[in-house]
Design a protein around this ligand. Structure first.
Ligand code: C2E
Ligand code: MG
Ligand code: MG
Ligand code: MG
Length: 290
């Protein structure tokens, strides 16, 4: 129960606040333990060409495999890491994992055409990032043109000239830039105009409402997705829809000319070893037919 000081009602003790503080401290400890004990990993989620069903690439998504809590999703981990500054070490570790997993998958499948999309926090965008990144990809023997840099408008928000320089440097190496969670921010369209964006990822909230029960919402979100796709194509961007969970959503998006899709309908984010095993199964199936 809350205790207030009699005079001005100021909050002296707020159990909810204390819970949050405790929870945050626990996540901080999980992050440090995760770095220390190598519990961080990059899961891969396939990104599929909607008209052919072919896997064009993967998105690397952070997971923390905690021995007691199991596999922890990234949203809170990233948020806390951004607050404490641990995001730099988490981001660097994630890059290592993502690239070495891509090498493992490439070696297992023999397919060196698929791309890998990696999420970056605004705090990671400092001057030395591109050069460090280039060194890392070349050490792993990965062509820079297989890498997509995923950023949200939070990275572009302040129209900082340094951000532009960093993006241009990535582009010069041959990396592509994806604007993530498109449509949820304040002035998304202007970013297409002023930054070197190659890929637009339509936020999953729009994809969800494509099949909403309310006809009005359904209609409007369809108009929006169709419009965003048309504008993106005019700006020579590839369009990826996030969070596709049903065949109905896939069909509508295909009809609107959306290029690629990602979502549980196709595959969940998973450890790279699962994707390798899956490839082995296909390989066995193919060779037993031959
Ligand atoms: P995001 O970059 O927009 O990633 C897509 C999110 O949608 C992922 O959540 C993915 O698991 C989820 N998703 C994919 N398909 C479906 C679907 O069909 N239905 C639903 N409901 N969800 C789907 P996840 O893995 O929990 O990641 C959440 C967010 O955390 C990411 O959103 C990204 O913003 C951030 N994040 C993840 N990994 C990293 C990282 O390595 N670095 C940074 N800075 N952020 C990361
Ligand atoms: Mg992303
Ligand atoms: Mg997204
Ligand atoms: Mg998101």
């Amino acid at each position: 129960s809350k205790k207030r000081d009699g005079k001005n009602g100021a909050l002296l003790y707020d159990p909810l606040l204390q819970d949050n503080t405790r929870q945050r401290a626990e996540i901080e400890r999980d992050i440090e333990a995760g770095l220390e004990n190598d519990w961080l990993d990059a899961f891969f989620q396939p990104i599929v060409d909607l008209s052919t069903g072919i896997v064009k690439g993967y998105e690397a998504l952070l997971r923390l495999d905690h021995p007691e809590k199991g596999i922890m999703a990234p949203a809170e981990i990233i948020r806390v890491a951004e607050e404490t500054g641990a995001i730099i070490r988490v981001g660097n570790r994630m890059l290592e994992k993502a690239l070495s997993n891509l090498v493992q998958l490439t070696n297992a499948t023999g397919n060196d055409k698929t791309y890998l999309a990696i999420n970056f926090s605004p705090l990671q965008f400092e001057q030395t990032l591109p050069i460090r990144f280039a060194a890392l990809t070349s050490r792993h023997g990965i062509a820079a043109n297989r890498i997509v840099i995923e950023i949200t408008e939070a990275t572009l928000l302040h129209d900082n000239p340094q951000i532009r320089t960093i993006l241009d440097e990535f582009a010069r190496y041959g990396c592509r830039i994806a604007l993530d969670d498109f449509g949820t921010g304040y002035s998304s369209l202007s970013y297409l105009n002023s930054f070197p964006v190659d890929i637009v990822k339509i936020d999953q909230s729009f994809i969800r409402s494509l099949v909403a029960d309310a006809p009005d919402l359904r209609h409007k979100s369809r108009m929006l997705v169709e419009g965003i796709t048309a504008i993106s194509h005019k700006m020579e961007c590839t369009v990826v829809a996030e969070g596709i969970e049903t065949e109905a959503q896939r069909d509508v998006l295909t009809q609107f000319g959306v290029d690629c899709g990602q979502g549980y309908f196709f595959a969940r984010p998973q450890p790279v070893q699962h994707l390798v095993d899956l490839e082995d199964i296909h390989e066995t199936a193919r060779s037993s037919v031959a």
